[in-house]
Design a protein around this ligand. Structure first.
Ligand code: GLC
Ligand code: CA
Length: 534
């Protein structure tokens, strides 16, 4: 694959466990993904895929607890299956991005087994070990994102080890140069196998305060429980002095190869500072030619045209200016977009996502409008946070892909690891393919337009005011091509004024606008998004 990531329009995010099962164990696998590449490339038209982890893992965090970075877990297949998938994707001119988890391993990783075996083991310092605090308890007040303290006492050597997530996910110590070399070698090894890029997981903990000082209290926190995460401002357990240095060292490996890219998973924290300064730090200051960050505000922002417009402008024209901008509406950690905002808004957001510069990411199933799963407490599989219930678990956004209306949606021949959504009889790829008003038809149209009009990928981005505060509007321009995107955030019609007479290319809504009308003063329907061309 010799084209650059800047030529790629859309990146499709696959959660391998839930995409396609081929060996009747109810778990999606790599051969399953290979078998669906024609859907991705020909039907949907995406030109790159990103796979959540498929490495050897005890699956306490479904693969984000890696026990061997260079092996494929038997749930998903073999390394040969992966190479076949890579070849088949490349044959279709699709790039393949994999997930890299730099900040912790599984407690079953060979390094951790060695590290915990004795205080003078050579791998001891690959992780962070400390004596108990003065009161005999945890060494400091840091909390785990999975709930409770981030320290676990280990009897064998009488010390605590640090874990920013589950106790089964001990944090790696990036201050150790041999560990850093192991990690960069791993990235190098995957690039040598032909992988085109890495999505890099949970980067904020890669560097910590060297003195392990307590996190300060958050004065705005009013929760009851002392171990609730919001209790503290997390500026000591994260964003240490080597935060960007280590990210640079990691992403510098891309420079040893051609056309490799990293995308960091990074949620700026408003307790730490300005959102866009934080995006800037990671997107612009690290390695803008080969590394950037997802823009997470299409997921997190309140439903407000001005706030989102301002955020997009600051991310595109400031934070990620020289980097590759990356947009997404969801992922395997966030409730499904249709369940978050409803179908009309999800359609408008789809149009927005696919008309922004850089790379538009589509989370598997969002292109057919999949909704959050419906689970009983006994069906919950994700034990990542003890606070999660069957209404809040991340399993809701990880249910099997709905391929057709058959009993198991053609995901598997047996009962799958998470239940298929009951709505799959209507919401599925096959049914939607023959319905021109379906979510899938909208996505196909948008993906095709994005390919047809490079202005959408690489044109400039200028925010516009079009006469209504409820309308987010921007101009995209490349040479003599100009397109306009308008999104009506109100559930009332809005009259707007475009800068020039335009024709419409696509609307987010089912009933088409009148195609023949070339106009400068259209009326937007409630919650409608439209792409116009001058
Ligand atoms: C990231 C992943 C999430 C995982 C966590 C710990 O946020 O997206 O799924 O649980 O990191 O690795
Ligand atoms: Ca399987």
């Amino acid at each position: 694959m010799h084209n650059s990531w800047r030529d790629i329009n859309t990146l499709y995010h696959i959660y391998p466990r839930s995409f396609q099962d081929t060996n009747d164990d109810g778990i999606g696998d790599l051969p399953g993904i290979t078998s669906r590449l024609d859907y991705l490339s020909l039907v949907l038209g995406v030109d790159a895929i990103w796979l959540s982890p498929f490495f050897t893992s005890p699956m306490r965090d479904f693969g984000y607890d890696v026990a061997n970075y260079r092996q494929v877990d038997s749930d998903y297949g073999t390394l040969d299956d992966f190479k076949k998938l890579l070849d088949e994707a490349h044959r279709r001119h699709m790039k393949v991005m994999i997930d890299f988890v730099p900040c912790h391993t599984s407690d079953q990783h060979a390094w951790f087994k060695e590290s915990r075996s004795s205080r003078d083991n050579p791998k001891r310092d690959y992780y962070t070990w400390r004596d108990p605090g003065p009161d005999g308890g945890a060494p400091n007040n840091w909390l785990s994102q999975s709930g409770g303290t981030s320290w676990t006492f280990d009897e064998t050597t009488g010390q605590y080890y640090l874990h920013s997530f589950l106790s089964a996910q001990p944090d790696l110590n990036w201050d150790n140069p041999s560990l850093r070399k192991e990690m960069t070698d791993t990235v190098r090894w995957w690039f040598e196998q032909g992988v085109d890029g890495m999505r890099v997981d949970a980067i904020w903990g890669i560097s910590k305060d060297p003195n392990l000082a307590d996190d300060p209290q958050n004065p705005e926190f009013h929760g009851e429980h002392p171990s609730e995460y919001g209790h503290f401002i997390h500026n000591k357990c994260k964003y240490g002095p080597n935060f960007t240095n280590y990210l640079k060292e990691l992403s510098d490996v891309c420079h040893e190869f051609e056309n490799r890219q990293m995308i960091f998973e990074f949620y700026p924290d408003d307790k730490i500072g300005d959102f866009y300064d934080q995006y800037h730090q990671v997107a612009a200051e690290v390695n803008p030619d080969v590394a950037s960050t997802f823009f997470m505000e299409l997921i997190r922002s309140p439903w407000n045209a001005d706030m989102l417009g301002n955020g997009l402008d600051r991310y595109i024209n400031y934070a990620a200016k020289d980097a590759l901008p990356v947009f997404c509406l969801g992922n395997h950690d966030q409730p499904r977009i249709v369940s978050r905002v409803g179908e009309s808004k999800a359609r408008a957001m789809a149009l927005l996502n696919l008309t922004l510069p850089g790379l538009s990411v589509i989370y598997y199933g969002d292109e057919i409008g999949m909704e959050n799963g419906e689970l009983t407490p006994s069906q919950v599989r994700d034990t990542f946070s003890p606070l999660n219930t069957s209404d809040t678990t991340r399993d809701l956004e990880r249910t099997p892909m709905q391929w057709d209306h058959s009993a198991r949606a053609s995901f598997s021949q047996v009962t799958p690891w998470l239940p298929i959504h009951k709505n799959h009889r209507a919401i599925n790829a096959m049914t939607e393919l023959s319905d021109s008003s379906s979510m899938l038809s909208l996505y196909r149209r948008l993906v095709r337009l994005r390919k047809q009009y490079p202005v959408l990928r690489i044109g400039s981005f200028t925010r516009l005011f079009v006469g209504s505060g409820y309308v987010l509007a921007f101009k995209r321009e490349l040479d003599d091509q100009r397109v306009y995107v308008v999104v009506n955030f109100a559930d009332q019609p809005q009259d707007i004024q475009l800068p020039e007479i335009c024709s419409y290319l696509v609307s987010s809504q089912t009933a088409p606008r009148e195609r023949e009308s070339r106009e400068a003063k259209p009326t937007l329907r409630p919650l409608e998004a439209v792409l116009y061309i001058a």
